[in-house]
Design a protein around this ligand. Structure first.
Ligand SMILES: NC(=O)c1ccc[n+]([C@@H]2O[C@H](COP(=O)([O-])OP(=O)(O)OC[C@H]3O[C@@H](n4cnc5c(N)ncnc54)[C@H](O)[C@@H]3O)[C@@H](O)[C@H]2O)c1
Length: 402
């Protein structure tokens, strides 16, 4: 099998994918990273021809070319680079978020439709062993159709470098305008919502959201950013199949664990907060023959996969490894990946319009269907953003309700 040549934009989080590339007949041939000091020891690791670039357009011209680029630069600046790759016929695996403005979402969809290359959202949480087991059972059909589902993603933000050093927590905000300092609670909705969409196939069509915060103030609070006083955004989506989801975006309550619950016509699937076991819970009228009414167990990967996950570094419980396995499989076969540009931009629309709903006291917003040109036209010039841009641009809306 021909080795796929892979480049990485932004050598932070996406460094976690490199071992998985080598385990899947691919090689890491070049990177674009603005921190020139990161160009250290890379040729020793990845070969004499390895390319280090600080300029993206130069990176795209890397001798020998690239089949795939993994986009892992700043969270809110992925779309432009993904579009440039698609224009050059290079397949894209983009970290979440796909697009930080509605207009970028429209441009991204149009670029993906024009390109011969494939766009894939590099979201990983639906590939946890528990979520895959949920999907396996849901697809069997014994639970019936989803009616309601919940997804919670929790990630406390450490408020200062000193605090992070004290708690030995990685300090992830390198400068005042950094995206993590201005991250509205709805914008990191991928980890809570993508697994629910992946398991059930439901697509959000309307969003309403409210912020949860501490009315008595936040002095000394270690769990919030300097600009974001909202502690969570509680987001309700109505979906195209009549179901309703409640998701948190990225919440910051104490002792937060991630969890998912899918309530269906004939029973419920729930990942338990204490040990990440899966509770498979049938209604007494619908217990399939040969099954228990309630079973609770910790799903495990098969031993061969477990070994590969360990070799790959085990990131996010094996889900990082599976992002690469699945993406490369689809790129090689040409069969469209389920986390395609429509899936990706729908998630972004929930994040962006969810935040508008938070700012407007829960007002509902329709989620556009970007397969339709009339929905794209509504948003093609909508550049509202809560973020500072690398190009010096400033936020146009607040990043927090409180
Ligand atoms: N799926 C997950 O579990 C997970 C976990 C962590 C981060 N992420 C995502 O990965 C992305 C990167 O996260 P991070 O924490 O590494 O972010 P980060 O802010 O540290 O940025 C990553 C790197 O990109 C570089 N960079 C930024 N703009 C660039 C440009 N124009 N050209 C070249 N290099 C550039 C930065 O110098 C930095 O080294 C984000 O989208 C984040 O949301 C996902």
């Amino acid at each position: 099998m021909k080795k796929l040549r892979v480049g990485i934009l932004g050598l932070g989080r996406c460094g976690a994918f490199i071992k998985s590339l080598y385990l899947n007949d691919a090689e890491f041939v070049a990177t674009c990273e603005t921190k020139a000091e990161m160009n250290y020891g890379l040729k020793e690791l990845y070969g004499e021809d390895f390319g280090f670039y600080t300029d993206f357009e130069e990176f795209l011209k890397h001798p020998g070319g690239m089949d795939v680029v993994i986009i892992g630069n700043f969270f809110h600046e992925h779309a432009h680079y993904a579009i440039r790759c698609l224009e050059e016929g290079i397949n894209v695996i983009s970290e979440c978020l796909a697009n930080a403005t509605m207009a970028e979402g429209v441009a991204l969809v149009r670029a993906a439709e024009k390109s011969k290359a494939m766009y894939i959202l590099g979201e990983n949480y639906q590939y946890s062993t528990e979520c895959l087991e949920m999907k396996r059972i849901y697809d069997e059909g014994t639970m019936g159709k989803v009616l309601f589902a919940e997804g919670e993603y929790n990630h406390g933000l450490i408020s200062s470098k000193e605090e992070a050093d004290k708690t030995r927590t990685m300090y992830l905000r390198s400068f005042e305008e950094h995206w993590r300092n201005h991250l509205p609670r709805t914008y990191y909705v991928q980890h809570s919502l993508a697994p629910l969409m992946f398991v059930t196939g439901s697509r959000p069509v309307r969003i309403s959201a409210m912020a949860a915060y501490n009315v008595n103030g936040t002095t000394g609070d270690k769990m919030i950013g300097p600009n974001v006083k909202d502690r969570a955004a509680i987001m309700i989506t109505q979906n195209d199949d009549g179901s309703v989801f409640r998701v948190t975006g990225c919440s910051g309550w104490g002792s937060g664990d991630n969890t998912y619950r899918v309530c269906c016509e004939k029973g419920q699937l729930e990942i338990m907060r204490d040990d990440e076991s899966l509770l498979v819970n049938y209604d007494e009228n619908y217990v399939p023959s040969g099954k228990e009414r309630k079973t609770r167990y910790i799903p495990e990967p098969d031993p061969t996969e477990a070994e590969l996950i360990e070799k790959a570094g085990g990131g996010h419980g094996g889900s990082d490894y599976r992002v690469i396995v699945e993406a490369l499989k689809h790129i090689r076969s040409g069969v469209q990946h389920p986390l395609d540009v429509y899936f990706a931009t729908t998630l972004s629309s929930v994040a962006i319009l969810g935040h508008r709903s938070v700012l407007n006291n829960g007002q509902p917003y329709d989620i556009p269907d970007f397969t339709k040109e009339e929905d794209r036209l509504k948003y093609e010039n909508d550049y509202e953003t809560p973020f500072y841009g690398t190009d010096g641009s400033k936020p146009t809306i607040p990043c927090s309700k409180n």
